[in-house]
Design a protein around this ligand. Structure first.
Ligand code: FES
Length: 149
């Protein structure tokens, strides 16, 4: 066997050796990723869903919630009304990147292209042109509920 053919054979056999374990680990990552998605709570008869406690939100600064139908929602304290909460879609209306809540500027910021939204979901800076959707909230016995219907 010539040196060149030997090196080609060696490279090909190395790929065949590594490929099954590489494919197998991809499958494991997918399974781990799927198992980390928390179950969505069911809506009550009045259409509200319990998304967390006031205490947790005050500690963490915001609450993230994913509804059974796939809506990503962020819940924050209303910076204008003490004890009130706001729930807004977590995805930017430009190209659906995850928005970040900035409590200092009291706005949602998109890290992808720089759009900014106020606490009512209105666009402050583009390129987004559509507002983000907001949802009614209420508090019962220290729990925050939102209505996403
Ligand atoms: Fe948010 Fe483009 S996806 S600004």
């Amino acid at each position: 066997m010539r040196r060149r053919h030997f090196l080609s054979w060696l490279t090909f056999s190395s790929i065949l050796t590594v490929l099954p374990s590489a494919l197998s680990s991809c499958g494991k990552q997918q399974a781990v990723s799927n198992s980390n998605v928390p179950p969505s709570p069911s809506p009550r008869q009045d259409g509200f869903i319990e998304v967390g406690t006031v205490q947790t939100l005050e500690t963490d600064g915001s609450l993230a919630f994913k509804s059974a139908d796939g809506k990503d929602v962020t819940v924050i304290q209303d910076p204008k009304i003490a004890g009130a909460f706001l729930a807004l879609d977590s995805l930017c209306t430009h190209q659906a990147c995850n928005l970040n809540w900035d409590s200092d500027s009291t706005s949602f910021f998109c890290p992808c292209h720089g759009s900014k939204f106020d606490t009512e979901g209105n666009v402050l800076d583009g390129p987004a042109t559509e507002p983000i959707k907001s949802y009614p909230t209420k508090v019962e016995e220290g729990n925050i509920l939102i209505s996403i219907s």
